[in-house]
Design a protein around this ligand. Structure first.
Ligand code: ADP
Length: 870
């Protein structure tokens, strides 16, 4: 708009100026023309003036004098020849003032003033006015501008009139109305006005055109500027907000601009970055690496390059960046700046370093551990082996190109099928491959290897790569074969030892049965006191020998781990009561206060092995009764739940006595084999020093231990602490502890027919004597088959069955007898055996026997047991 107005006004002013100039030149030429006509008139009229007469006229009194009248008249007369004349008079400049000398009447002005000489002009002209100057210098004066004089505008001419008096200057003045000149300028004026109007219109049109053109171009310009600004803004914000760190550097590496990401990357503000030298934020050796790349850019061989370099942050931390560097060239195609984008790769670098470190370590470990490593492309079959692989297969890394096929070719013929099948299976199932097999080296040596591999598949599930290891395990295989052989030998030896011990136990027990049996019989004959003491010594020595045999048998079974814990749920109170009762008689004989306490919180039943538990408790109670001479022996039981779900319970079985106690220094050795605190006391009480050692081992087998507290002369406290679940349901009666000796009732067994199955003649004889003493009728069988046959044809009230028999053993014979029994009938079969282990007892009961008596057989025990079953 403004441009339009300016353009319009300018055009108008220029046009108007042109019009005015043309008009003014017309006016001035008209003026010139008019003055050009007036000047000769004035000069002519001046020539008509008698100069002497005129010079003579100096005062007012000379008015109407003849020279005055004549001169005035002559001039007045001349008017008729110049009709356009206005004023016509002569004047004199004298002493700085102008006086009129001759004056003519101007009809146009209608003036009727008297014409007198030396009348003042009536107009004050300045001394330096052009009129006065012209008069003084006796020059003709032409008024170049129409002068207003009352009635209108006039053009005047003043010509000098010579006067002999040099102090005065005379002149003649005429003027003519300008209106006649102006009338001649009407057309020019009209032309001027029209021209001005046209100029105005033209100016307006031009202004509008300019305005519209300018508007359009301005709009386009504005649009372009806006777009440019938008583009710039977009670029700026993209640059500023870009997550990629960017900076513009000079050719000497100083940072000129940097975006926010770059500032954040290095921890400096943009202005701080501008003050840094390249060495302040990068590493010199990294920059050196860039030189050849920069050369390439300079030589137009590349437009940008990428490099990994370290940057030094403000906080001193070194970070890794992937820098993409591009160059900015000036108009002469020289490099003016570098534009660098940086992506932080510290984590990647660290991961790479860690990876290469771990690869190095792995390689080192592989070499050190003699682990052959391979990587195989399953599509091409080509593989890469490490040196250890070549060493295992005895191949030369330079001349041998490893492939899957070549690897398979080394596999021992007999293993090849299995190896191929397993590898195939692992490829299909994508499970890790692991296999041991043999390889045959080129020199024919057979080696054992352990191969492992992981299979990699592509997206379609096709196996494409396998990475694995091979370890030469020849030495280990040989060693383990050796070990297996040694273990088998050891096991065999152990078994042989156990068998030997069992046989020995059996073989010792059998004659011992005879010895103790007959000693017992002898004791009941008439003897003097000396004979009785010999017999009792024999009996206790025999008993000692029996305990020793039992203990050694137990120990050897524990050591060879032949003892198995067989847990079942059983009611605790009746079970423990029975064990307690076993020693009741012994305690009663010693007049001890013998007690048994069960805490109210103890669950009804326990899940454990009753045989082993019974064995431990019997041993602890036995020791307490054995070593305590005065006071009391007490068995107490408590229990508490363990853990959140109260599944497991901690059971405590404590045997307390007021016996001699154990000195503190002996306590740590108490559970050692054959350890006895006081051998003299032992001699008095008898013992082997094996009971506690066996009990502790059994306790461990049950998941517990025995703890002891004791003070000499005060007593001892042995506690079996056991972790075992409480019993949910009682599955079997805990009838495995030896039965409480009940009072024999000879009347009950009197006249009963008993079949004794026994192959040993001494034992048969002893048994015959004992049964005879009980008033029973005895029948004998020497083998299992004989026994079955005798039961089939004869009538018996009970059978005493040996386990080891020549043809069919005791268990076999029992099973046969039970098989042939009719429903409702049940013959009592009691094992009578030298196989004294709890396992043997179980075996007999499982075979269908009703009770178990181990040799050596006491007369009282036989009586009690028989009276129970007949
Ligand atoms: P044994 O009783 O057959 O000698 P043990 O292994 O059962 O073997 O016991 C080892 C030793 O521990 C015993 O000889 C005895 O000195 C000591 N001992 C065991 N129980 C007690 C006890 N209740 N009071 C005192 N001493 C005991």
């Amino acid at each position: 708009m403004r441009d339009g107005i300016i353009a319009g006004v300018l055009i108008f002013l220029l046009s108007a100026a042109a019009v005015v100039i043309v008009y003014q030149s017309a006016v001035s030429s008209k003026l010139k023309d008019a003055l050009g006509q007036l000047r000769p008139q004035a000069e002519y009229l001046a020539s008509l003036v008698d100069l002497r007469a005129h010079a003579w006229l100096t005062t007012r009194q000379q008015t109407n004098s003849q020279p005055h009248t004549a001169l005035t008249q002559r001039l007045q007369n001349m008017r008729q020849f110049y009709p356009g004349l206005g004023k016509l008079f002569t004047g004199r400049y004298k002493n700085g003032k102008i006086e009129i000398i001759l004056d003519t009447l101007d009809p146009a002005r209608g003036r009727s003033e008297p014409h007198y000489v030396a009348r003042p002009l009536g107009i004050d002209l300045a001394p330096d006015s052009p009129e006065i100057k012209a008069i003084q210098e006796r020059q003709t004066f032409l008024s170049d501008q129409p002068a207003f004089q009352g009635e209108g505008r006039f053009l005047g001419v003043m010509v000098p009139l010579p006067n002999p008096d040099f102090s005065v200057r005379d002149f003649l003045y005429i003027d003519s109305s300008y209106e006649t000149v102006a009338a001649g300028l009407v057309t020019a004026r009209k032309a001027r006005d029209i021209s001005l109007l046209v100029a105005g219109i033209f100016a307006v049109i031009a202004g509008m055109t300019v305005f519209s053109w300018r508007s359009q171009s301005h709009f386009r310009q504005m649009l372009a500027v806006t777009r440019l600004r938008e583009g710039e803004e977009l670029f700026r914000s993209t640059y500023e907000m870009s997550p990629v760190a960017m900076c513009l550097t000079s050719t000497d590496g100083r940072i000129l601009r940097a975006n926010k990401a770059f500032c954040d990357f290095l921890g400096y503000s943009e202005s701080e970055l501008g003050k840094l030298q390249p060495s302040d934020y990068t590493q010199a050796e990294d920059l050196k690496k860039d030189q050849p790349l920069v050369e390439k850019l300079r030589d137009h061989q590349a437009s940008q390059y990428q490099t990994e370099r370290r940057y030094l942050r403000q906080d001193g931390q070194i970070v890794w960046g992937l820098a993409s560097v591009a160059i900015v060239r000036d108009s002469d195609a020289n490099i003016s700046h570098y534009m660098t984008q940086v992506v932080e790769i510290t984590k990647r670098k660290l991961a790479e370093e860690t990876l290469s470190l771990s690869q190095e370590r792995l390689a080192l470990a592989a070499d050190a551990g003699k682990v052959g490593m391979w990587d195989c492309n399953l599509i091409t079959g080509r593989a890469v082996w490490n040196d250890v692989m070549h060493a295992i297969f005895q191949t030369d890394a330079k001349n041998f190109a490893p492939t899957l096929q070549a690897q398979e070719a080394f596999v021992h013929e007999d293993d090849r099928g299995a190896v191929a099948a397993e590898f195939q299976h692992c490829q299909q199932a994508a499970t890790p491959y692991e296999q041991e097999y043999r390889i045959v080296r080129r020199d024919g040596e057979v080696r054992h290897v352990k191969a492992s591999a992981i299979i990699f598949k592509d997206e379609s599930g096709k196996p494409i790569r396998a990475v694995g290891t091979h370890i030469d395990i020849t030495a280990e295989t040989e060693e383990s074969k050796e070990l297996i052989r040694a273990k088998e030998a050891a096991l065999a030896a152990d078994k042989a030892k156990s068998e030997f011990l069992a046989v020995m136990s059996h073989e010792i027990r059998t004659p011992l049965n005879g010895v103790l049996g007959f000693v017992s019989m002898l004791k009941n004959t008439r003897l003097d006191s000396e004979q009785l003491s010999y017999i009792e010594t024999m009996e206790s020595s025999g008993q000692g020998l029996l305990t020793l045999v039992n203990d050694i048998l137990d120990l050897s079974k524990i050591e060879s781990r032949e003892i198995h814990v067989e847990s079942s749920t059983f009611e605790l109170r009746p079970f423990v009561r029975k064990i307690h009762q076993q020693l009741e008689a012994q305690a009663y004989n010693k007049e001890l206060h013998y007690d048994f306490l069960v805490d109210y919180s103890v669950p009804k039943s326990i899940h454990s092995d009753p045989i082993r538990l019974g064995q431990i408790l019997t041993n602890l109670l036995g020791n307490a009764v054995k070593f305590t001479e005065y006071g009391r022996v007490e068995l107490s039981i408590s229990a508490r739940p363990m853990g959140l779900h109260q599944k497991n319970w901690e059971w405590s079985f404590t045997v307390r006595d007021t016996g001699p106690g154990i000195p503190p220094e002996a306590l740590p050795k108490l559970f050692q084999l054959f350890y006895q605190v006081d051998s003299s006391a032992t001699r008095r009480h008898g013992g082997t020093g094996l009971g506690l050692a066996i009990s502790q081992r059994l306790a461990k087998l049950l998941g517990g231990e025995i703890r002891v507290e004791s003070r000499p002369d005060e007593g001892s406290e042995f506690t079996l602490v056991l972790l075992a679940p409480r019993g949910e349901q009682v599955t079997a009666p805990a009838n495995l502890a030896p039965p409480k000796p009940v009072e024999s009732s000879p009347q009950k067994v009197l006249g009963k027919r008993i079949l004794v199955v026994e192959d040993n003649p001494v034992n048969r004889k002893l048994c015959a004597l004992q049964l005879k003493r009980l008033g029973c009728e005895a029948e004998f069988a020497e083998t299992g088959f004989q026994a079955v046959e005798k039961v089939r044809i004869g009538q018996f009230d009970a059978v005493l069955m040996d386990m080891q028999l020549p043809d069919l053993d005791g268990c076999g014979a029992t099973r046969e007898i039970r098989r042939e029994e009719k429903t409702g009938e049940r013959l009592s079969i009691i094992a009578l055996t030298a196989n004294a282990m709890p396992e043997d007892r179980k075996k007999c009961l499982d075979a269908g026997m009703d009770d178990f008596l181990s040799k050596p057989l006491q007369y009282e025990t036989l009586a009690t047991t028989l009276s129970k079953w007949v």
